[in-house]
Design a protein around this ligand. Structure first.
Ligand code: ZN
Length: 173
């Protein structure tokens, strides 16, 4: 799962990345979630998509609403990691929303693990422990629950993904 200015995912199983009919697999950011009247308009034209709640800009906006100041996502996470209440609480408020997406993914394709990347991967244990606890609690398979991990590659992963795809196609031909 990639959380940046957008929210998306790619699915890797049977040794390959799956793309779908219109390259649409993993467009989870555009699933409507907030159905209230004050839901935010999304870049896709829809209303209240996951992206309007979980993306970096959505978090920055929420912090601005709460504090009256502008903070970039990296500083928000830094402050959350330092236990600053407003910042930490906001990150923790996102966990039920993440759990919702993860339960859907896990029910539909039953993956072994979900890897997060983006600025959120810089969150310290307070976030990942709570997310894993929540997932374990609601997981159908309590013996071997789904593993949620954060990726330390950050932007390099895009390059690695591109190389992987190129190699995959090269050997297919
Ligand atoms: Zn959308």
């Amino acid at each position: 799962m990639k959380i940046e200015s957008g929210v998306g995912a790619s699915f890797f199983f049977d040794e390959k990345i799956h793309r779908g009919k219109d390259f649409g697999i993993g467009e989870i950011g555009h699933i409507p979630f907030d159905t209230s009247n004050n839901a935010i308009i999304c870049s896709c034209g829809g209303k209240g998509c996951f992206e309007t709640i979980l993306s970096d800009w959505a978090i920055e906006k929420k912090i601005e609403d709460k504090t009256g100041k502008k903070y970039k996502i990296n500083e928000i996470i830094l402050r959350a990691n330092k236990n600053e209440e407003i910042f930490k609480n906001l990150m923790l408020e996102l966990i039920p929303i993440y759990s919702n997406i993860i339960f859907w993914i896990s029910t539909l394709i039953n993956p072994e693990k979900i890897i997060f990347y983006g600025e959120i991967s810089q969150c310290k244990d307070f976030f990942w422990k709570e997310l894993n606890r929540k997932i374990k609690e609601g997981n159908l398979n309590r013996v071997s629950p789904l593993e949620i991990i954060s990726c330390s590659f950050n932007n390099e992963i895009v390059v690695k993904g591109a190389i992987f795809l190129a190699l995959e196609n090269l050997f297919k031909k």
